[in-house]
Design a protein around this ligand. Structure first.
Ligand SMILES: [Zn+2]
Length: 264
Protein backbone atom coordinates (compact mmCIF):
# COMPACT_ATOMS: atom_id res chain seq x y z
CA UNK A 1 0.00 0.00 0.00
CA UNK A 2 2.17 2.90 -1.22
CA UNK A 3 1.71 5.94 0.99
CA UNK A 4 -0.63 4.00 3.26
CA UNK A 5 -3.54 4.01 0.83
CA UNK A 6 -4.84 2.02 -2.10
CA UNK A 7 -7.09 3.26 -4.83
CA UNK A 8 -10.82 3.25 -4.22
CA UNK A 9 -11.75 0.60 -6.75
CA UNK A 10 -9.17 -1.80 -5.41
CA UNK A 11 -10.18 -1.00 -1.86
CA UNK A 12 -13.86 -1.59 -2.53
CA UNK A 13 -13.12 -4.71 -4.49
CA UNK A 14 -10.95 -6.03 -1.72
CA UNK A 15 -13.65 -5.42 0.88
CA UNK A 16 -16.29 -6.98 -1.34
CA UNK A 17 -14.17 -10.08 -1.83
CA UNK A 18 -13.44 -10.38 1.88
CA UNK A 19 -17.10 -9.92 2.72
CA UNK A 20 -18.05 -12.61 0.28
CA UNK A 21 -15.76 -14.89 2.29
CA UNK A 22 -13.08 -15.24 -0.36
CA UNK A 23 -9.72 -16.82 0.48
CA UNK A 24 -6.60 -14.69 0.15
CA UNK A 25 -5.81 -16.16 -3.27
CA UNK A 26 -9.40 -15.34 -4.27
CA UNK A 27 -8.80 -11.75 -3.23
CA UNK A 28 -5.64 -11.65 -5.34
CA UNK A 29 -7.56 -12.97 -8.33
CA UNK A 30 -10.27 -10.37 -7.77
CA UNK A 31 -7.70 -7.58 -7.70
CA UNK A 32 -5.94 -8.85 -10.83
CA UNK A 33 -9.27 -9.04 -12.65
CA UNK A 34 -10.02 -5.45 -11.66
CA UNK A 35 -6.71 -4.29 -13.07
CA UNK A 36 -7.30 -6.13 -16.35
CA UNK A 37 -10.80 -4.78 -16.81
CA UNK A 38 -9.92 -1.31 -15.65
CA UNK A 39 -11.38 1.50 -17.65
CA UNK A 40 -9.89 4.96 -17.77
CA UNK A 41 -10.50 6.87 -14.52
CA UNK A 42 -13.73 8.86 -14.58
CA UNK A 43 -13.69 12.44 -13.37
CA UNK A 44 -16.91 14.34 -12.75
CA UNK A 45 -16.50 18.10 -13.04
CA UNK A 46 -19.13 20.32 -11.52
CA UNK A 47 -19.53 23.95 -12.59
CA UNK A 48 -21.05 25.70 -9.57
CA UNK A 49 -24.53 27.24 -9.67
CA UNK A 50 -26.42 27.82 -12.95
CA UNK A 51 -29.86 28.76 -14.20
CA UNK A 52 -31.84 30.78 -11.65
CA UNK A 53 -28.89 30.57 -9.25
CA UNK A 54 -26.17 33.03 -10.36
CA UNK A 55 -23.90 32.28 -7.38
CA UNK A 56 -21.76 35.18 -6.19
CA UNK A 57 -22.06 38.47 -8.06
CA UNK A 58 -18.92 40.53 -8.71
CA UNK A 59 -18.24 44.23 -8.21
CA UNK A 60 -19.03 44.96 -11.86
CA UNK A 61 -21.82 42.39 -11.97
CA UNK A 62 -20.07 39.21 -13.11
CA UNK A 63 -22.02 36.08 -12.22
CA UNK A 64 -20.12 33.23 -10.61
CA UNK A 65 -22.05 30.68 -12.69
CA UNK A 66 -20.65 32.29 -15.85
CA UNK A 67 -17.06 31.99 -14.61
CA UNK A 68 -17.38 28.44 -13.31
CA UNK A 69 -18.77 26.95 -16.53
CA UNK A 70 -16.08 28.08 -19.03
CA UNK A 71 -13.39 27.09 -16.52
CA UNK A 72 -14.87 23.60 -16.26
CA UNK A 73 -15.25 23.32 -20.04
CA UNK A 74 -11.60 24.30 -20.50
CA UNK A 75 -10.51 21.83 -17.82
CA UNK A 76 -12.57 19.06 -19.42
CA UNK A 77 -10.99 19.79 -22.80
CA UNK A 78 -7.49 19.57 -21.32
CA UNK A 79 -8.21 16.35 -19.44
CA UNK A 80 -9.77 14.70 -22.48
CA UNK A 81 -6.76 15.71 -24.59
CA UNK A 82 -4.52 13.57 -22.36
CA UNK A 83 -6.55 10.47 -23.37
CA UNK A 84 -5.90 9.30 -19.86
CA UNK A 85 -9.28 10.09 -18.35
CA UNK A 86 -12.98 9.99 -19.00
CA UNK A 87 -14.74 13.23 -18.08
CA UNK A 88 -18.38 13.96 -17.34
CA UNK A 89 -19.91 17.29 -16.43
CA UNK A 90 -22.83 17.91 -14.10
CA UNK A 91 -23.86 20.76 -16.40
CA UNK A 92 -22.78 21.90 -19.86
CA UNK A 93 -24.92 24.99 -20.06
CA UNK A 94 -26.78 27.47 -17.92
CA UNK A 95 -28.86 24.90 -16.11
CA UNK A 96 -30.02 24.83 -12.50
CA UNK A 97 -29.13 21.57 -10.73
CA UNK A 98 -29.87 21.05 -7.03
CA UNK A 99 -26.77 20.29 -4.94
CA UNK A 100 -27.87 16.77 -4.10
CA UNK A 101 -28.44 16.13 -7.81
CA UNK A 102 -24.79 16.96 -8.53
CA UNK A 103 -23.51 14.37 -6.08
CA UNK A 104 -26.13 11.89 -7.26
CA UNK A 105 -24.87 12.25 -10.84
CA UNK A 106 -21.31 11.57 -9.76
CA UNK A 107 -22.37 8.53 -7.76
CA UNK A 108 -24.63 7.21 -10.51
CA UNK A 109 -21.64 6.96 -12.87
CA UNK A 110 -19.30 5.69 -10.16
CA UNK A 111 -16.88 8.61 -10.50
CA UNK A 112 -13.29 8.23 -9.35
CA UNK A 113 -12.91 11.92 -8.53
CA UNK A 114 -15.32 14.81 -8.14
CA UNK A 115 -14.26 18.45 -8.51
CA UNK A 116 -16.63 21.35 -8.07
CA UNK A 117 -15.49 24.72 -9.47
CA UNK A 118 -16.65 28.03 -7.98
CA UNK A 119 -15.62 31.66 -7.53
CA UNK A 120 -15.92 33.35 -4.18
CA UNK A 121 -17.27 36.64 -2.84
CA UNK A 122 -15.80 37.73 0.49
CA UNK A 123 -17.02 40.52 2.78
CA UNK A 124 -13.69 42.39 2.53
CA UNK A 125 -13.15 43.61 -0.98
CA UNK A 126 -9.40 43.85 -0.54
CA UNK A 127 -9.17 40.11 0.01
CA UNK A 128 -8.37 38.01 -3.00
CA UNK A 129 -7.08 34.58 -3.88
CA UNK A 130 -8.11 31.03 -4.62
CA UNK A 131 -8.90 28.36 -2.03
CA UNK A 132 -9.69 24.65 -1.94
CA UNK A 133 -12.20 22.89 0.27
CA UNK A 134 -12.61 19.33 1.41
CA UNK A 135 -15.36 17.99 3.63
CA UNK A 136 -14.78 18.82 7.29
CA UNK A 137 -14.45 15.88 9.66
CA UNK A 138 -17.37 17.20 11.69
CA UNK A 139 -19.63 17.50 8.68
CA UNK A 140 -18.39 14.16 7.49
CA UNK A 141 -19.22 12.50 10.81
CA UNK A 142 -22.65 14.09 10.91
CA UNK A 143 -23.33 13.01 7.36
CA UNK A 144 -22.15 9.51 8.08
CA UNK A 145 -24.41 9.31 11.14
CA UNK A 146 -27.38 10.42 9.07
CA UNK A 147 -26.59 8.01 6.28
CA UNK A 148 -25.94 5.21 8.70
CA UNK A 149 -29.36 5.77 10.23
CA UNK A 150 -31.11 5.61 6.89
CA UNK A 151 -32.68 2.48 5.48
CA UNK A 152 -30.99 2.65 2.12
CA UNK A 153 -27.45 2.19 3.25
CA UNK A 154 -26.95 -1.02 1.30
CA UNK A 155 -25.93 0.70 -1.91
CA UNK A 156 -24.10 3.62 -0.37
CA UNK A 157 -20.61 2.47 -1.02
CA UNK A 158 -20.05 1.40 -4.58
CA UNK A 159 -18.67 -2.07 -5.00
CA UNK A 160 -19.08 -3.14 -1.39
CA UNK A 161 -21.52 -5.94 -0.80
CA UNK A 162 -23.02 -5.09 2.52
CA UNK A 163 -23.03 -7.75 5.16
CA UNK A 164 -26.12 -8.76 7.11
CA UNK A 165 -24.35 -7.72 10.26
CA UNK A 166 -25.06 -4.02 10.89
CA UNK A 167 -21.93 -3.69 12.99
CA UNK A 168 -19.75 -4.99 10.15
CA UNK A 169 -21.54 -2.64 7.77
CA UNK A 170 -20.83 0.29 10.05
CA UNK A 171 -17.12 -0.56 10.19
CA UNK A 172 -16.87 -1.02 6.41
CA UNK A 173 -18.76 2.17 5.75
CA UNK A 174 -16.50 4.07 8.10
CA UNK A 175 -13.37 2.61 6.51
CA UNK A 176 -14.51 3.59 3.04
CA UNK A 177 -15.42 7.08 4.20
CA UNK A 178 -12.07 7.63 5.89
CA UNK A 179 -10.25 6.40 2.83
CA UNK A 180 -12.28 8.85 0.73
CA UNK A 181 -11.43 11.72 3.09
CA UNK A 182 -7.72 10.92 3.01
CA UNK A 183 -7.69 10.87 -0.78
CA UNK A 184 -9.69 14.10 -0.96
CA UNK A 185 -7.21 15.85 1.31
CA UNK A 186 -4.26 14.57 -0.68
CA UNK A 187 -5.81 15.90 -3.88
CA UNK A 188 -6.73 19.27 -2.32
CA UNK A 189 -3.19 19.78 -1.04
CA UNK A 190 -1.81 19.20 -4.50
CA UNK A 191 -4.31 21.68 -5.97
CA UNK A 192 -3.17 24.29 -3.44
CA UNK A 193 0.47 23.69 -4.42
CA UNK A 194 -0.10 23.74 -8.18
CA UNK A 195 -2.55 26.65 -8.29
CA UNK A 196 -0.38 28.60 -5.86
CA UNK A 197 2.48 28.58 -8.36
CA UNK A 198 0.42 30.58 -10.83
CA UNK A 199 -2.33 32.54 -9.08
CA UNK A 200 -2.83 34.33 -5.77
CA UNK A 201 -4.10 32.08 -2.97
CA UNK A 202 -6.03 33.06 0.14
CA UNK A 203 -4.22 32.50 3.42
CA UNK A 204 -5.02 29.01 4.77
CA UNK A 205 -5.92 28.10 1.25
CA UNK A 206 -6.87 24.51 2.10
CA UNK A 207 -10.03 24.69 4.16
CA UNK A 208 -12.72 22.29 5.24
CA UNK A 209 -16.45 22.84 5.36
CA UNK A 210 -19.73 20.99 5.17
CA UNK A 211 -20.44 21.68 1.50
CA UNK A 212 -23.27 19.46 0.26
CA UNK A 213 -21.46 18.64 -2.98
CA UNK A 214 -18.56 17.11 -1.04
CA UNK A 215 -20.64 14.57 0.82
CA UNK A 216 -20.32 11.44 -1.31
CA UNK A 217 -18.91 8.90 1.15
CA UNK A 218 -17.16 6.94 -1.59
CA UNK A 219 -15.90 9.53 -4.10
CA UNK A 220 -12.83 11.64 -3.31
CA UNK A 221 -14.10 15.19 -3.72
CA UNK A 222 -12.91 18.77 -3.57
CA UNK A 223 -14.34 22.20 -4.22
CA UNK A 224 -12.11 24.93 -5.62
CA UNK A 225 -12.89 28.63 -5.36
CA UNK A 226 -10.76 29.90 -8.22
CA UNK A 227 -10.75 33.50 -7.03
CA UNK A 228 -12.80 36.31 -5.50
CA UNK A 229 -15.39 38.15 -7.55
CA UNK A 230 -15.65 40.61 -4.67
CA UNK A 231 -12.16 41.89 -5.51
CA UNK A 232 -12.12 44.22 -8.50
CA UNK A 233 -8.75 43.06 -9.84
CA UNK A 234 -9.53 39.42 -9.45
CA UNK A 235 -12.97 39.80 -11.01
CA UNK A 236 -11.27 41.30 -14.06
CA UNK A 237 -8.79 38.40 -14.14
CA UNK A 238 -11.50 35.77 -13.84
CA UNK A 239 -13.33 37.24 -16.83
CA UNK A 240 -10.27 36.65 -19.03
CA UNK A 241 -10.04 33.31 -20.87
CA UNK A 242 -6.20 33.24 -20.65
CA UNK A 243 -6.41 33.57 -16.86
CA UNK A 244 -8.96 30.77 -16.66
CA UNK A 245 -6.75 28.68 -18.94
CA UNK A 246 -3.92 29.00 -16.40
CA UNK A 247 -6.30 27.86 -13.67
CA UNK A 248 -7.56 24.95 -15.79
CA UNK A 249 -4.00 23.88 -16.62
CA UNK A 250 -3.06 23.83 -12.93
CA UNK A 251 -6.16 21.84 -12.02
CA UNK A 252 -5.49 19.36 -14.82
CA UNK A 253 -1.94 18.89 -13.50
CA UNK A 254 -3.20 18.21 -10.00
CA UNK A 255 -5.69 15.68 -11.31
CA UNK A 256 -2.84 13.99 -13.18
CA UNK A 257 -0.71 13.94 -10.01
CA UNK A 258 -3.60 12.52 -8.02
CA UNK A 259 -4.07 9.55 -10.34
CA UNK A 260 -0.29 9.08 -10.53
CA UNK A 261 -0.07 8.73 -6.75
CA UNK A 262 -2.97 6.30 -6.43
CA UNK A 263 -1.58 4.28 -9.32
CA UNK A 264 -4.57 4.61 -11.67
ZN1 LIG B 1 -20.22 29.07 -5.54
Amino acid sequence: MPGGTIDRRRFNRLLAALLAGASLSGVHRALAATAAQRKLPLIVLDAGHGGIDPGAIGVIGTYEKNIALPTVLELARRLEATRRFRVQLTRRDDEFIPLAGRVARARAVNADLFLSVHADALPRRTERGASVYTLSEKASDREAALLAASENRADLVAGIKMSRDPEVNGILFDLARRQTNNLSIRFAQDVVGELGRHVTMLTNSHRSAGFAVLKAPDIPSALVEIGCLSNRTEERDLRQPPYRAVVARSLARSIGHYFDTIGA
